[in-house]
Write a protein of this length. Structure first.
Length: 178
């Protein structure tokens, strides 16, 4: 029996490639399959629907970013240096991937992605909460939730200009410094 993983990976790569120039709402199964050099039926062997595919695409994108952030902060204790390193890794990772804008914008409006986005945001907020606790915040959970949203907004702002914004990045940290 042949592994389904190469075809699955090819279809996910095709979607990411197309997202560098296409809006997620306009991305068709036909275009994804064609970009992967696969038949349309192959798409449905991996996902039951276009929506399930977009959840998988979103998940793969964020898994990559999570790995990048986790690797970056692995040896740092909770606190401002770790928070700064994590934010920088996330934002730089977003800028390095042309599909980011489509995925972040779509995540704000697609009801099918809402549970996935909520889970990712909660995981990120929990990580940030540890940093804020180390920085002296008594009740850091609401601040962490808002900071995660501000980081995503900063990513979108930077994607619009295709360059890091030192003033926005510094403002993120000024919001939480005590």
């Amino acid at each position: 029996m042949r592994s389904a993983e190469p075809g699955r990976r090819a279809l996910l790569a095709a979607g990411r490639s197309l997202l560098s120039t296409e809006d997620l709402t306009k991305l068709s199964v036909n275009a994804i399959a064609a970009r992967a050099n696969m038949a349309k039926g192959s798409f449905y062997q991996h996902w039951p629907s276009r929506e399930a595919y977009f959840v998988a695409l979103h998940r793969a994108f964020h898994d990559h970013l999570d790995d990048l952030v986790t690797t970056t902060i692995a040896d740092l204790p909770p606190g401002e240096p770790r928070l700064t390193a994590g934010i920088t890794a996330y934002l730089d990772g977003c800028l390095a991937d042309p599909a980011t804008k489509g995925l972040l914008v779509q995540a704000r409006t697609d009801a099918g992605l809402a549970p996935e986005v909520a889970t990712r945001n909660a995981t990120a907020a929990a990580l940030v909460t540890a940093d804020l606790t180390a920085m002296g915040w008594d009740d850091p959970t609401p601040i962490a939730t808002l900071l995660v949203a501000a980081i995503a907004e900063t990513a979108l702002q930077e994607l619009a200009t295709t360059t890091p914004s030192p003033p926005l990045r510094e403002a993120l940290l000024r919001l939480v410094r005590r």
